[in-house]
Design a protein around this ligand. Sequence first.
Ligand SMILES: *Cc1c(COP(=O)(O)O)cnc(C)c1O
Length: 373
Amino acid sequence: MVDLQSQYANIQDQIDSKIAEVLKSAAFINGPEVHAFQTALENYLGVKHVIPCANGTDALQIAMMGLGLKPGDEVITADFTFAATVEVIALLQLTPVLVDVDPVDFNISIEALKKAITPKTKAIVPVHLFGKAANMEAIMEIAKEHNLFVIEDNAQAIGATYTFKDGTKKKAGTIGHVSSTSFFPSKNLGCYGDGGAIFTDDDNLAHKIRGIVNHGMYVRYHHDVVGVNSRLDSIQAAVLNVKLPHLDAYNKARQIAAEKYNLAFANEKNIITPVICEDSDCHVFHQYTLKILNTDRDALVNHLNEKGIPCGVYYPIPLHSQKAYADKKYDEANFPVTNQLVKEVISLPMHTELEDDQIKYITTTILNFINNS
Ligand SMILES: *Cc1c(COP(=O)(O)O)cnc(C)c1O
């Protein structure tokens, strides 16, 4: 699905020397690499504060802690996403409210979101799924009207651009009150282990969060709030400092691969390809995900595996049907899109080093299977 070895081979000299510098300095925690990365990412995103932390799941949890959400507060998020999003809501004893998604871009459905708002709703967590930002303009309007916080889960869309109706452009993750991202190795900006970050333009919230990631300390050994231990290692920051200047080129390589896939599938009516928007940066293709119609999707997955083609089903089970998050408040009739998507989606290999002959082999194998089944 990803080819991290080839990507490393292209930047090996820089990575190896940066890591060697960290080893010699022995500044493993909160060293200069971490500070340099924080500033570089603030500049790249155009956001006032980046607070690095240990992983993307922590980033989400810490963002919610920073906002002061209280047990029983309702937090609305998408039913069709990775479990981390709902997991931290539940861990903080907030009440997750899962809603259906849009059939075209798989992001939170604005209609379903509106219907789910109650007097207890305190926050919305849009997930920019597969690399494309959710409808942030509508979400921010709804949030304003109902006085809700918006926490963007930007783990899959770093570098993506969102365009407002008036033409204004902003980077995904800089629109809501606070955002989280992940530097898990296979993410669009991945380190060589775990890593994450929180972004916000709000000075007070940033200050609060800087304490929370460090055991609730603002002054050494004075613990003002309950915190956690969540740090980005200097070695991981060093890797990210080498990779961040390549992020736009990496995202471009993904977009070009996506266009080639789309072209190959253009005449197959049983394959629904992802939409490539006019502003190509609106989608950074963390995943390249098709909808497969009138075909046994799981048989296709098996066939591709037999042919040596990796593929993934993200996600095979709606969150509202997962044992940990099922609840009698959920009515199946409210999840027509997610319930359908889990049967139809398939994600193909997508990374920065895809070669034309690989794309050709993958697309021909899929088209042959669909035409002969
Ligand atoms: C990867 C991911 C996370 C979690 O990130 P980790 O760094 O693995 O903890 C959260 N949300 C989404 C949507 C993700 O894809």
